[in-house]
Design a binder for this molecule. Structure first.
Ligand SMILES: NC(=O)c1ccc[n+]([C@@H]2O[C@H](COP(=O)([O-])OP(=O)(O)OC[C@H]3O[C@@H](n4cnc5c(N)ncnc54)[C@H](OP(=O)(O)O)[C@@H]3O)[C@@H](O)[C@H]2O)c1
Length: 216
């Protein structure tokens, strides 16, 4: 498939690299084409990797991952362009972390909104699916590295077909066994708030190789 990856940080590079290794064509997007991170990633990732602006990546992708910084996320989507994302699935992995007062970060969206909802408001014609934001990026693309994959990933979004497609991607590309549909995009509030707990668990465990499992 042709996939757009918005974001040149660790997450964009990890997801993009995994997708290239699976045989997908991946275009990484940035505020300006030709930046150092993106060029280095293209060199490393392989012949089906390319880079450009956020708009280039959004136009290129049949599916698009949003891996931009929480604070810059909506600005990045605006630059990507609603027309370039119209009718497409946008997989949103962002977290609204505010590090301005140091560690641990706070959430700048509060408890009555989320970046998932803000993305869907910004792009009414796109099918935003919130997922993967609750784990470290190495775990995102290789669920089996924790407990053989016996733990849970969540999806939230307004479009049932988009969530089914994303769940299939999580399972067949990234090795997830358990994908729990939490409902419409407002469930992103809980998923993003969970990151406050993730950060403290990370501090206590001294590793990012962990996740949670819902037991019934
Ligand atoms: N690190 C993890 O394992 C992990 C796990 C779960 C979720 N997340 C979430 O994943 C996202 C990506 O994290 P990351 O650490 O890879 O990268 P990051 O440093 O948070 O974000 C880098 C990207 O954000 C863009 N950006 C920054 N400020 C911007 C602005 N004002 N307007 C438009 N774009 C802007 C940058 O554009 P340029 O390329 O132009 O510089 C770059 O592409 C974050 O929301 C993070 O909370 C991370």
């Amino acid at each position: 498939m042709k996939i757009g990856v918005l974001g040149t940080g660790t997450v964009g590079q990890t997801i993009g690299g995994k997708l290239v290794s699976l045989g997908d064509e991946v275009k990484m997007g940035s505020r300006s084409a030709g930046g150092e991170n993106a060029r280095e990633w293209v060199k490393k990732a392989g012949s089906t990797a390319s880079e450009g602006t956020f708009a280039d990546a959004a136009r290129f992708g049949e599916i698009v991952f949003n891996c931009t910084s929480g604070a810059g996320s909506i600005e990045a989507l605006r630059a990507a362009g609603a027309a370039n994302l119209e009718g497409k699935v946008l997989i949103d992995v962002t977290n609204p972390l505010d590090f301005s007062k140091g560690m641990p970060p706070t959430l700048f969206t509060g408890s009555t909104d989320s970046l998932g909802e803000a993305a869907q408001r910004e792009l009414p014609g796109a099918k935003v699916v919130k997922t993967l934001n609750t784990v470290n990026c190495d775990v995102m693309v290789d669920a089996r590295r924790v407990a053989g994959g016996d733990h849970d990933m969540f999806v939230a979004g307004n479009d049932a077909g988009a969530k089914a497609q994303v769940s299939e991607i999580l399972k067949s590309w990234f090795g997830w066994k358990n994908v729990l549909d939490l409902g419409d995009i407002s469930a992103a509030r809980g998923m993003e708030s969970y990151v406050a707990l993730w950060v403290r668990a990370w501090g206590a465990l001294k590793t990012a190789d962990f996740n949670i499992k819902i037991v019934r």
